[in-house]
Design a protein around this ligand. Sequence first.
Ligand SMILES: Nc1nc2c(ncn2[C@@H]2O[C@H](COP(=O)(O)OP(=O)(O)O)[C@@H](O)[C@H]2O)c(=O)[nH]1
Ligand SMILES: [Mg+2]
Length: 918
Amino acid sequence: MTIETQLIQKTYYKMFINEHENIHPIQVLGDLFQEEASKDLPDLSSIRFAQGEVYFHHKDYEAAIFKWENIINELEPWAKKNTADAYYQLGLLSTAEDLYCAIESEHLTLNTEVALQLFSLYIERGKLDQALSVIKRTIDLNPDYPNVTEIARTFFEEQQDWNNAIELAVNEALRTGALEWFDRIIAYIDEGLTKSHLPNYFSQSVHFLYSLDQQKFEEIIAALWNSYNNKESYFTWIREMNHLLLSLDINRDDNLSVLSSLHKEAFFSFIDGRYFIKQLQEFIPDFLTNWLRLADRKNVVLAAAAVLSWNELFPASLSMSIVSEAEKLISKTETDMDELEECLTLFEAIINWAQANEMGENNRVKWVVQQLVNFDTHHLLITGLDGSGKSTFVNMIIGEDLQDSPTSSLVMFKDSEEEEITDISDREINSLEGISEFQERMDRRRNALESIIEFKRPNAFLQETKVALIDTPGLKGNYNDSYEVLKNLQLADTVLFVLDANAPFTEKERSVLAKIQELAPDIPVHFLLSKMDTIVNEQEAISVFDETRARIQSYFPDASVFAFSSQYENRQQLKDLKEFIDSIKNTRNIEDKRLAKLLFYIRTTIASLMQKRVVVENQLIESVRWNEEMLQKLTGAINQLKDTEIQKAKAVVQSYRAIKNTIVKEISESVPIMLQECSSLIKEESNFSKIHLELNDVMNKKLEEYLEQTVLPKYYRLLQEWIDGCKEELVQSQEFLNEIGESFNRMYGEERLQLDCDFKVIDDWHRDTDRMTSRFQLETVNILLRRTPSQFLLKSAGKLFGALSQNKALLFNKYKAFVENEDYAETISVVNQQFFQQFELFEKSLERDVTLFFKSPLQLLNRSAEEARSGIETNQEMLTNMNTNPEMFRDPLTLFEVRLRQFEWMTVAGKGMQTIYS
Ligand SMILES: Nc1nc2c(ncn2[C@@H]2O[C@H](COP(=O)(O)OP(=O)(O)O)[C@@H](O)[C@H]2O)c(=O)[nH]1
Ligand SMILES: [Mg+2]
């Protein structure tokens, strides 16, 4: 045991015990102390130090402290440390802390021990910051000291101080190369604790790990990759990794299959349409370079093809040496990848992208792809000139007269357990109910070529031959053929060209055939010589057949020819036909051939989507323009309607006021006369003290009678006429609105605007006027009891002189004159006010009634204008987006093309298969 270990463990005293094992150490040391003390120049420090240790072990800390206070040799710093330990044991933590801190020594082990003691003391005292700094200092000072890093790690993890934990693991991994530290790092990454660390933080250790353990090296890269995937720093990570891998001397024999698959997965995600080329361009070349360098056997062809296709679409982005290495590898490496699967994934990615970007459903090509991957069914495409007998031939096999008129669409007949007829166009898929709807559909010419019909029904012949028949519209032998009919040529595994025995293999037919061969040199063509029955003479029939066959074979040496007639006996003919079809069905390498077709359709789809971008843009422009026009027209209509509303309200109110004024005028004219006439009631013998009361009564009665029996009925009549007049005006407005609505609906192409006004106002007016004119009760008016000076005079005169007969004559005359000459202006005004009082509200609400009448049409127009406005806005936004980011559409398609080319490279290399272009 070294002296250092003894000092650490406080077993220094054992040196003194050695041969006295059976005597108690206290006694041994006590004896030694006495002995030493008796010397002339005693050196008691070492003994005291040892005694301190023994007391310490016996928990006599005070005694230990006493002993250690008096050490003056080289053991002094250790004695100080031990003293602190003793205080620590006594629970005097603060004293212990001061003592530990006061120790000054150059001795690494002592310092480390002191630091570890302080570390636990700080934790005990809750001084975590100090604990942290002391343990970090200790790691820097003496990382190799037993347990130091382990203690630190535990502490960091307990404190969830991940940054320090990660830093420690990375530093220790680099310092010691111990795999456990790398495992720690991987665990931290996997737990998501390293997310805030920049990717380059780990580069050095990852680089180092490659030389230590390649499996772990892959593991850590996989963990990092996974942790940065889909995060903001993903591309930074990829670039960092590119850099790192480039700096390593990687060899394909290292078999880094995890990295190889990760590269594959990531590469496909880079080019699946979610990124712009601008984002990828910079790091993909290095990425592919690395992939090719490390690709395992399973992926080497894929990586090479990726290099070649990227290089093709972005020339000179990869180094020459990598490209030529890829060429070499692709030509001599076997691949066992499932190209079909990969191609289908690509196709799906394109279709999904198209859907997400409003570029349609693309049902037709989806259906075609489905047909292509069904390897069990052989596609026999039947073509030939118009009227050569194609459909008749199909009818014979189907066993039913399905089509008599010229065929308008491509129809695929397939054997199936259930009958099912479907019309598939890019936009939609429709089920057709039975033969009659099928025939109806076949008669329709308009847009007929935009869809494909799939005709499934149980059919023994098709089932036994495992063939699907594709009937097509007849060829015309002109330029349009290749657009209309032959665009589906790639659906065919074999072409059956139908010739009319009456004029077989004409010049026109030969030129069509040349076109077919040009478009699809790999699809075999065979012939059906139809309408054989029309050649009367059997001998001649034979010679026509032989001659035609000879002519055909001088152009198509491998072609077979079958003589056919709809008039021949069916059973035998079907049997021969079955043999014939079996002989022309070339099923060799069907999977490879279908794969080439699939690639062809993917290419076509990409091209048509590129085209569609233009179409989409034009549609947007058109939609903006149209909405602007609509908005302008709608705004015009709204303003017009508002004007009409104001004008009608004015007219309604004015005409009402006019009749009201008529009545007012009439009342004003009739009332005075009526009242003046009351003078006849005044007689000389009248009681003049009461006459004014009597007169007032009579006058009121007269007035009421007049108002109720004359004025009210007249007013009622006038109001009804007024309502009729208003109604006429409003009906006019409605008619005007109907016209506006119609013209808008014509523009919308649908019944969208129904501008109905609310005629309920008319009913309301009727109801209100009926109610208000049903009766009138006059509240007694003070006609003669008012305090106008002349009235006052009369009243008081009556009271004064009423009893005196000699004054009667005077009074009589005065009264009469008064009643006859009075203008009753005040009374008129009171009467008018009373009479029109209940019509006041009615009059006031007229304007609002007219507004209500027009409310719904106005709302509707406003809503449409709002729609047009938002239509302009959204489409404009999309357009701006499209124009400022043309790459939004172009880039994903270009990247799909990278992937397509990748597969094409592979199929060409791997299978010697030729790519189909059109
Ligand atoms: N006599 C006779 N007439 C036939 C034969 N095949 C077709 N036709 C007639 O030729 C015309 C055109 O036939 P069709 O099958 O519609 O031709 P497609 O345009 O090629 O589909 C129809 O009037 C058929 O009745 C046949 O084998 N014998
Ligand atoms: Mg036909």
